[in-house]
Design a protein around this ligand. Structure first.
Ligand code: ADP
Ligand code: MG
Length: 671
């Protein structure tokens, strides 16, 4: 069977269903079979109603007297009924699931799984899931649950998959490295489970398959890159020494090592493809400056791209001052730049050595005369295709060297797989004199008693404060305080202070203006959404307050915290959370540690890679199953991929595999 054929070829999938599936990225038979259950309900051991105790229960019975009514509170519907099983009866309640009223046939038996609890003075079964007894293999009792896609609910997926049950036997093998038939058995078993253990085994195979594809894609990317030609850029010791002399500080050991890696890469005639990883404040910009300097004195142009105009501006302000001393022409090119046409002409003619801008610079019409090095801040990866395009633009067909920088620590297991095509340098050492940031979780009354005095103290000392909120505007349905109302509240609390707010929906010019004023110390408290997240450098800011801290990921909290502690003054970070919640493990870890790499590993364990790299899941790289903390499986896949590549004919032979990985090869942006 050809898995690449359209999903509409399957029994029972007509044009309407095809349309919906397409919206959710399910186009081919392969996509459909790989749309795996998110979970399984275990109905294998129902108890009788007479034996129910409060808590989670599974029962089996018929349902009767079911009806829906509207609650007084708007937008709430309540569906109620009675379940009987011969030993007794129990009231059942669903909220906002009015379709339940029509779901059941009073003559048939269903399983119900839900919470048996006291509600309005009476024990009821609350919002149980339900399945027809006759639909579930009694010897197994497992009910696969699929993620709903629009009008297609879990049960619809079950029905559709069931229609194709006999097609699974025809699924061809994908990989040469496992026993024949393993793939079809694994896919069958996750959709039609025979036991929890067998589901786990099957998922492990599918995870292996996925890792194999990821690693293969990364290795092929590396090979493609190595085929490109680049302009070698010479290392000149004297010039570098002159440069180091003007710096107000000595480089850290880690900065020297990273710079040395880069100098050597730049001298080669294949393009550098290096990721510079360093925690916030570790001094990545200086390493970038050194790299740019080497490229420019050897006659190349350099582009530095940041994710936002604010960050581009900051880079410009720091680097412009430093580099003009050496006669280097640096410009800033963002949406707000005036005289763009003239500047672009100067870039094309090679009169400008160093262009700093946003990522858009590479996709717009900017032409370079001799682009030798591209530095990308906070974007992990740069697709081969993009690079090839740049090479085509360049008069001699040369591809630029690439240095990507990130403050998001990438656990080693991720490095081996997703980032396998990059060389990595790590800045694991903070510049001397940095004082660690102290972190505290605050709840309830402590906000007034501890935080407000701390704000006053900070400002009295001439230092500045960030206050991060989740939302831009107020929303009646949620209890989170918005940027706007937080700023207003703080103004009444601290009438003498300069308080401003910043968020992503403001015009670029306005944002830059606010950031510039904050940098100059004219604003004391900056209330902001996470737009200040990456890279902003105001060493005089020493207090970071994060409201609704529980709603952010660990990596993001760590990034936000890194906005303070950038000078030689003591800094603090306060995590505010809802009063009625135990602080989560994530927040407690953050309180204990300021080591980004440690926190990344913890996060990987707590939440899985898809969550850390939130964008990955929504983007092209959707890890279905593989847990990247499974190093054993990763190593096995790595070995097997290496062997696979030893035999070049494999690439022709395993067509489906090779087609499948093109999506991984095209990824250009990971955040
Ligand atoms: P990040 O890695 O977060 O991008 P930056 O490059 O913005 O860090 O550096 C943070 C601050 O540390 C900047 O103000 C920079 O000038 C300063 N800095 C960089 N390297 C050193 C060093 N070796 N010694 C002291 N300060 C340094
Ligand atoms: Mg930075």
């Amino acid at each position: 069977m050809d898995l690449a054929q359209p999903v509409g070829e399957l029994k029972g999938i007509g044009p309407k269903t095809t349309e919906i599936l397409k919206k959710y990225g399910i186009r081919t038979v392969r996509d459909f079979f790989y749309n795996l259950p998110r979970d399984y309900e275990n109905f294998s051991a129902p108890i009788s109603i007479a034996d129910m105790r409060p808590g989670k229960v599974v029962i089996r019975g018929k349902i009767d007297r079911i009806s829906t009514r509207r609650a007084k509170r708007r937008n709430l519907s309540i569906t109620e009924g009675v379940i009987c099983d011969g030993t007794g009866s129990v009231k059942v309640v669903w909220f906002n699931q009015s379709y339940r009223a029509k779901q059941f046939d009073p003559a048939r038996e269903y399983y119900f799984m839900g919470s048996f609890e006291l509600k309005n003075g009476r024990y009821s079964l609350i919002s149980p899931s339900a399945a027809l007894v006759s639909d579930i293999d009694p010897s197994v009792g497992l009910n696969p649950i699929y993620v709903a896609h629009g009008a297609l609910k879990s049960n619809d997926f079950k029905r559709l998959i069931n229609n194709s049950r006999d097609r699974f036997a025809q699924i061809p093998d994908l990989l040469p490295t496992v026993e024949p038939g393993k793939r079809k058995d694994a896919l069958f078993n996750v959709h039609f489970p025979s036991s929890i253990e067998s589901v786990q085994k099957s998922r492990e195979y599918l995870a292996y398959e996925e890792l194999f594809e990821l690693i293969l894609a990364a290795k092929l990317n590396r090979q493609e890159n190595e085929k490109l030609k680049a302009l070698p850029l010479k290392f000149k010791l004297d010039s570098i020494q002159d440069f180091l002399k003007v710096l107000p500080f000595a480089l850290t050991g880690a900065q020297k090592r990273a710079a040395w890696d880069i100098f050597q890469d730049l001298e080669k005639d294949t393009p550098m493809n290096r990721l510079l990883q360093g925690d916030v404040g570790s001094g990545k910009t200086m390493v970038a400056a050194l790299s740019a300097y080497q490229a420019i004195i050897d006659g190349a142009q350099v582009a530095l791209l940041a994710p936002t105009a604010i960050l581009a501006t900051q880079h410009y302000e720091g680097l412009h001052k430093l580099l003009t001393q050496f006669g280097i022409k640096v410009i800033l090119l963002t949406g707000a730049t005036k005289h763009k046409v003239e500047l672009k002409k100067d870039i094309a003619d090679g009169r400008i050595n160093f262009v700093i801008g946003t990522h858009a610079l590479l996709t717009d019409d900017t032409e370079f005369k001799n682009l030798g090095l591209v530095i990308i801040d906070e974007q992990h990866r740069f697709g081969v295709e993009q690079r090839q395009k740049l090479a085509l633009k360049s008069p001699r067909g040369l591809a630029p060297h690439l240095l990507a920088m990130t403050a998001t620590p990438i656990p080693r297991s991720l490095q081996l797989t997703i980032f396998g095509d990059l060389d990595v340098s790590i800045l694991n050492e903070l510049p001397k004199g940095r004082r660690p940031i102290t972190t505290h979780i605050l709840q309830g009354i402590e906000v007034k008693s501890r935080l407000y005095p701390q704000i006053q103290e900070t400002i009295k000392n001439g230092q500045q404060v960030y206050w991060v909120c989740k939302a831009i505007d107020d929303d009646a349905r949620s209890e989170t305080t918005s940027v706007k109302s937080r700023a207003a509240k703080l103004k009444t609390l601290f009438p003498k202070m300069n308080i401003e707010f910043l968020h992503g929906r403001m015009k670029p010019g306005e944002k830059d203006e606010i950031m510039a004023r904050f940098s100059r110390g004219e604003i004391q408290i900056l209330v902001s959404t996470t737009v200040i997240e990456v890279g902003v450098d105001v060493p005089n800011a020493t207090l970071m307050i994060i409201e609704n801290a529980e709603s952010y990921g660990l990596a993001q909290l760590h990034q936000l915290r890194g906005r303070v502690g950038r000078g030689n003054k003591a800094s603090a970070c306060y995590l505010l959370t809802s009063d009625d919640m135990q602080p989560s493990r994530r927040l407690r870890e953050l309180e204990k540690s300021t080591d980004g790499f440690h926190l990344a590993e913890v996060d990987l364990k707590l939440r899985g890679p898809g969550e850390i790299y939130g964008a990955l899941q929504h983007g092209a790289l959707d890890l279905r199953i593989a847990t990247l903390s499974d190093t054993k499986l990763i190593h096995r896949a790595q070995n097997d991929v290496s062997n696979f590549l030893q035999a070049p004919e494999n690439m022709l032979k395993y067509k489906e595999l090779m087609q499948g990985i093109t999506k991984y090869q095209q990824i250009t942006t990971l955040n």
